[in-house]
Design a protein around this ligand. Sequence first.
Ligand code: MEV
Length: 400
Amino acid sequence: MTSRLPGFYELPHSERLRIVGQFAGLSDDELRSLGQFGILTAGLADVFIENAVGTFSLPLGVATNFLINDREILIPMAVEETSILAAASHGAKLARAGGGFKCSATEPVMTGQIQLFVDAYTDEDRATLEANHDALIAYANRGHDSLISRGGGARELDWRWIPEIKSIIVHLHVDTRDAMGANIVNTMAEKLAGMLGGLLCCETGLRILTNFTERRLAKAECLVPKAALESREYRAEDVVDRIVKAWEFAWYDVYRATTNNKGIMNGIDPVLIATGNDWRAIEAGAHAWTARDGTYRPMAKWSKDLDGNLVGSLELPMAVGTVGGVTKLHPTAKAAMRLLGLPDARELAGICCAVGLAQNLSALRALASEGIQRGHMDLHKKNLDLMAANRGPRTGASKN
Ligand code: MEV
């Protein structure tokens, strides 16, 4: 048995599956579980990835109660973890009592990096880069007429010197409009590397976008009237104070910040998956952003206003796309986008932040009062009871 399978990707699916089954001694049932294509079809699976043998199903749910920029909206979320949909819906209900979420986003500017190897960064290098700035931008934009006609395109170049690796790192900033933009930026960066290497008579290194998309930010804000936070165990004022203290705990403690932020991504990732977006890119950018001052912090902020209400905000790099790639090809992603009302990339970025903030609000409210296990265990028990009764798994919403 060997994992060396030259030409595997060229074989028909049935043959790929037969080889995989033989390799691991899989039963017919197991092979059937691996080899399902469902709505995606085998042809599309092959468009997305190499060596496809099947697809992997996740539950797709809808979070309720969201009011975003005064718009009623149902949120599609693809995820396997019990209580996430219930928590998002509950957080949205709390925020709704204060008028819902207010969301905004910057222009969708992505950044590509081009590494230039030089022995030293000289005044001459700086002068050459400055003198050629506009020509380099024009060159980067050549061949991208459709992006430019949609109002996007390469905008600006800047650079910095990293002496430890004897490299000038040039940053190319590109407005990619409704595209996530990885392909556009990588293509431009590769093209520009040749011209930059020629101008500075140097070797070039990497040419690739950064997922630390600090120029492509989205923000969600909400106010929760204190009365909405009254609980069985705690007075509303105490819940507000305890939520703010829970946030402070995360601000000063990386162990707590990590779990807090996992909870925020519990909201964001499922929306990204449901809409066919690259959740790994957003995860990487979000964690880098939250550690940008050198300390890993909670992604959202919670405080109390002068009237004693709870005020929250979440700002993150949010490089989502609504055109091209999976978003436009995957039938479920397409339907999820329709469910959201076909937002553009900036709107979708804001929606993702709103869901992350709702998730965090719900988790902190529970943690700061009765704890999360009561709600979790209710749902978990329901699942176990149903599975024991052999009626299949089901989750329910406890607080929405
Ligand atoms: C569980 O998936 C997420 C939480 O742990 C988040 C948090 O602690 O803030 C509940």
